[in-house]
Write a protein that binds this ligand. Sequence first.
Ligand code: HPA
Length: 264
Amino acid sequence: MALIDLIREKAGPEPIKFGLVLGSGLGHIADAVDGVSIDYADLPGFPHTGVSGHNPNLVIGTLEGVRVAVLGGRMHYYEKGEADVMRVPIEVLRDLGADAIIATNAAGICNPNGQPGDIMMLTDHINFAGANPLIGEATDKRFVDMRDAYDPEMRTALIAAAKAANVQMSQGVYAWFSGPSFESPAEIRAIRRMGADAVGMSTVPEVILARFFGMKAAAISVITNMAAGMSNETLSHEHTKKMAPIGAAKLEKVLRGFLLQHSG
Ligand code: HPA
């Protein structure tokens, strides 16, 4: 059976409106969805997420009155060196009917005005990893325009949702580093000069894939730490997982408010 038919058989045929991709320590947002949960292991072509803090389930159902599909776990470029590791899940979101994806992630902040516990909506990105999920794609469709990759209308709606929920949400440029080692302080100094506000190891390939598949995209970072060299803290995945829930509560309010605007 084709993958999409298998998913529809379990979750029902109604199309979804949005696809959500959850980052490190943010997987619990999938629990809020009233619907069906399918283990990635039961979905041929889905990656096997190896990173702790992720919840490798595709959850399809209703959140704030809107039908959504949530990718509770993502795989990263650094796991196997495959930039297109999320291609099948992102394509599935499109095939399920999504107009748009909202990606979330845990990130370090290199803008000195930010701090751990903040959330930041992405306005643009810098692909500092240099990899691209469309390398190897044979058609001319691979030449994807990246202007307004972070959809202006969705950004306006997310800002309105944050205001309505009384949540402070900054806006800025996210720089994608491959990881899995954290950045060096010199890399952070360099990327700050290049215009980045936050740094992380995900999201950019998924946004490129979403645009490739004809979907709109938006993304929000949950800031778990000052970027390397900007505080005395030792960076670790443990620290990311410990700090993510602080911003995650804000993120959840914004996502719920955004979805409520699109219900009915
Ligand atoms: N760098 C890269 N990825 C991250 C960070 C960081 O400082 N914090 C959480 N994810």
